[in-house]
Ligand binder design. Structure first.
Ligand code: UDP
Ligand code: MG
Length: 334
């Protein structure tokens, strides 16, 4: 708490880290750095911008190195391939050094000016400040609809509720970042982990603008897998529901069996019935396959988790060589 109070007096600049995952963002990184420089006065903020190059195939890394030559506060974690945004965020968070840390999209869809308001909330004593989108007009209708269904369904069946319309954009106190880095799992659904950790939380609202340049990296299939990941990593309900469905179907089958026996006894053997057999066999077959699929989903997750592979692999950590003390290049990769 003392550290927070000291900053509140405004005497010392606040050490603020941005964690910025980038994947094929050569067009946007320049915009981002320029905007941040306009917004954050060095008298009030000691900045640290951690870019995580998530296996970009374009000249993103060269652009970043060029920017770093002009601005020593830029640090670049270069991953060995594309590990996905979740892993890239983990990499960036473990490299961030700030007293407060803000994961942010490079395309300026998470408006950096909002951070001023987040810092105000943090100074009031909140350890996490969430940025909530009040309108998603910039997203396609399909994306909005599926997001809504996902949040509703997820909040019904999962053990921790994910706040609706809240992305990865948020401000976290140092102790929250440390707690997150200490979580042992290697398959990371960040929104869920953030929610699971708790801490004193405040919310600020914003309208999500359009991308400054470039294209979105999330298509429908990627989002579907993301939703699947989110559901299965935070809930066992899809696994349990099969016990009930199976029980119900079995009960119905017993009644139907009794009914058939009674009918044979009363009316004799009945040749028709072909249709009902086909229907019940295919229905049960379908249900069983779904059940097995869901079991497989969880089993696969357990399997991958049991390998204890690192979340990401760092090829190189580029630090400014002119300025302050060097960071250890060997990063703990979970
Ligand atoms: N991103 C990443 N790895 C990926 C996909 C995306 O690091 O595999 C980054 C991307 O560069 C951007 C952020 O994640 O900084 C958000 O991506 P995007 O803007 O494409 O997503 P959207 O805003 O459309 O949901
Ligand atoms: Mg975006």
């Amino acid at each position: 708490m003392n550290a927070i109070r000291n900053h509140a007096t405004g005497r010392e600049p606040l050490h603020l880290s941005f964690v910025v995952p980038v994947f094929d963002e050569e067009e946007t990184v320049g915009h981002f750095v320029r905007r941040v420089n306009e917004l954050f006065d060095p008298a009030h903020y000691r900045l640290d911008m951690v870019f995580v190059n998530d296996g970009s195939r374009d000249s993103t890394l060269d652009r970043l190195l060029e920017l770093q030559r002009q601005d020593g506060r830029i640090r670049i974690v270069d991953l060995s391939r594309n590990f996905g945004k979740e892993a890239a965020l983990s990499a960036g968070l473990s490299a961030a050094l700030g007293q407060v840390v803000v994961p942010i999209d490079v395309d300026l869809q998470d408006p950096p000016e909002l951070v001023h308001e987040m810092v105000r909330k943090w100074r009031e004593g909140h350890e996490v400040v969430l940025a909530r989108r009040v309108d998603r007009r910039q997203d396609s209708l399909a994306k909005r609809a599926t997001a809504l269904i996902f949040y509703r369904l997820h909040s019904r069946i999962a053990d921790v509720a994910i706040p609706e319309n809240v992305g990865d954009f948020r401000l976290m106190d140092r102790r929250v970042v440390d707690a997150l880095s200490a979580l042992p799992e290697s398959r990371r659904f960040m929104k869920g982990l953030f929610a699971w950790m708790g801490f004193r939380t405040a919310i600020v609202d914003y309208a999500r603008p359009e991308r400054v340049a470039g294209q979105t990296k999330f298509n429908g299939w990627k989002l579907w897998n993301f939703a699947l990941e989110g559901t299965t990593s935070f809930s066992t309900a899809p696994l349990r529901v099969w016990t009930y469905i199976g029980g119900l179907v079995a009960l119905l089958a017993i009644f139907y069996g009794l009914f058939t026996i009674a009918r044979v006894l009363i009316q004799g053997v009945d040749v028709p019935g072909y249709a009902s057999i086909i229907v019940s066999i295919s229905l049960l077959g379908g249900l069983q396959l779904m059940g097995i699929g869901i079991l497989g989903e969880y089993l696969g997750r357990t399997y991958l988790e049991s390998k204890r592979r690192p979340v990401f692999i760092v090829r190189h950590l580029y630090e400014d060589t002119r300025g302050e003390a060097q960071q250890e290049p060997a990063m703990a990769a979970q």
